[in-house]
Write a protein of this length. Sequence first.
Length: 219
Amino acid sequence: MTVVPFEIPLWADLAAVGIGALQGAMFAGRLKERRIDLLGVALIGIIVGLGGGLLRDILLNELPAAMQSNWYLPVATAAALLGMALQQVFTRLNPLIIALDAVTIGLFGAIGTSKALSFGVPEIPAVFVGVVAAVGGSILRDVSLNLPIALMHVGSLYAVAAAAGTVLLVMLALAGVSIPIAATVCVVVTTAIRLGSVRFGWSLPEQRAIGSWKVWRRA
């Protein structure tokens, strides 16, 4: 069964960009150990907002969406400035930042996979595109801030959450479910897994723990 071609609505892509930029700026603004000026905070927000879509379109060998419309850069900039303002006004925004981060992963994963399917990309590579789009903004953020990449942290489940959501999206699409519904389910599942990893400490086994288990088995 093939997936019916589907065009990503501009508003949906811009919503993902805006939420990503908002979260990125709020994340950068709270880093007291890094001396980042206002321009730097805004730039981090823009990088997070546009990063996932940029990597997605590179994988799809397409001119980045941000270069095809006048809306992307202004929306990312405005959202980053809003995030910067919120960080200045409120002091305890960590729960909101985590929630927005989880939603951003879900949105970019859903949009990336849906766009790949609409381009005729096979199901497994489409999931890969979605996962890269989902985690790309956070990777670029951490690299820009010279921080350990959150994707590699025990308990983050960034890629696992994105993979679970995008695989479910593909399965629903192949079963004949409309892309908007499948994408919504993808966002909800991805967000829930990511938030669950933070709230309940879900994680994959550590490499050291696996190594210790093998040593114990040999003994």
